[in-house]
Design a binder for this molecule. Structure first.
Ligand code: SF4
Ligand code: SF4
Length: 327
């Protein structure tokens, strides 16, 4: 491994990818891998959760770093937003651990990448608890690793509470939990109270009507009750409970809906929001972003500033915001 890094060091221009260099993903298709967008850096494609091959992880990681730094680097990387010129970490630490090994969800969002109803019935899943212990023992993971529970709804996974309490007791510093908040979890409240978890709840709407239109469920009130319970564990200075809004073509892509959502969040006492845009729609329009979308992004930024509520733009909305600012 050292020899490999010495070889890389001879080059002046290091190519870096946040995923290849710093991440590990357990996905819902039984893959354990480094890159979320390609097969590059696949460690195994039929993982059953029983025993994780640490040596293979080391080898695949070193090989993948070498590959993106070689003349064979594929176009998918060269064109990727995460392909940058940056220095490598000369250790094997995982900075971001993505737990997406679970795809079940109580909701059915129209923009969801995850399989729908009929697939959920036959949904397979696997446990990751043993693998995480192995990764900790091998010092790939430590308290500084950011743990990211991705969608589906990880809280449905039978191992969720066990894992989260393990991370809490291990004194992990940062845990990000994406959950639609259809199910309330004591473990999440404890992580919020200890100031180590951020809980991102995709509400996408400020009223039951739009909520149902997007999510195919009339359980708006259940979600709001759970949001309130999580908020009751948040200290006033914290920004741990975050409401998310994904802008969707022709459904909530207007000032009225976004304002309804914003006012609803403000009245709940939320102090941090995050905005995304439907990925598939964005890819169709990214070369010519409509003016009204740019105005929508400025609008939400302005009202957030005015109300002293933090707004976090995801990669795509950030790109829109930056293009406006450059003009
Ligand atoms: S640069 Fe993009 S496509 Fe290439 S490995 Fe990284 S995340 Fe994957
Ligand atoms: S909450 Fe997340 S996983 Fe569930 S349907 Fe919506 S986008 Fe998909």
């Amino acid at each position: 491994m050292l020899k490999f890094f010495k070889q890389i060091k001879k080059h002046n221009n290091y190519k870096h990818c946040k995923y290849i260099n710093d991440s590990l993903i357990f996905d819902y298709k039984n893959n354990v891998k480094l890159c979320p967008y390609s097969t590059l850096g696949t460690i195994t494609s039929n993982f059953n959760g029983i025993w994780f091959d640490i040596d293979k992880l080391k080898k695949v990681k070193a090989k993948s770093i070498n590959f993106i730094n070689s003349t064979d680097c594929p176009n998918i990387c060269k064109l990727c937003e995460y392909f940058t010129e940056n220095k490598h970490n000369e250790n094997n630490k995982i900075k971001y651990l993505y737990l997406s090994n679970w795809k079940n969800c109580y909701l059915n969002c129209s923009y969801c990448d995850f399989p729908k109803e009929e697939d959920l019935i036959k949904a397979s899943h696997y446990d990751v608890f043993q693998s995480i212990k192995q990764l900790i023992d091998s010092q790939f993971i430590d308290v500084n690793t950011t743990i990211i529970f991705d969608c589906g709804d990880a809280t449905i996974h039978p191992e969720f509470d066990k894992l989260l309490y393990y991370f809490i007791n291990y004194e992990m510093k940062k845990i990000i939990i994406n959950t639609p908040a259809m199910r309330y979890c004591e473990s999440i409240s404890e992580a919020i109270a200890k100031n180590i978890a951020e809980v991102i709840i995709p509400l996408d709407s400020g009223c039951p009507y739009i909520f149902e239109k997007i999510k195919g469920s009339n359980k708006f009130d259940i979600v709001i009750n759970n949001v309130k319970r999580y908020l009751s564990f948040e200290e006033p200075s914290q920004k741990r409970v975050i409401l998310k809004y994904t802008i969707l073509n022709g459904i909530n892509d207007n000032q009225k809906e976004i304002l309804d959502w914003f006012m609803f969040a403000r009245d709940l006492g939320i102090k941090k929001l995050t905005i995304d845009i439907d990925k598939k729609w964005y890819n169709q329009i990214k070369d010519s972003i409509p003016l009204y979308l740019k105005e929508l992004v400025i609008f939400i930024k302005t009202i957030s500033n005015y109300n002293e509520i933090e707004i976090d733009f995801c990669d795509r909305t950030n790109f829109i915001y930056n293009t406006i600012n450059k003009k």
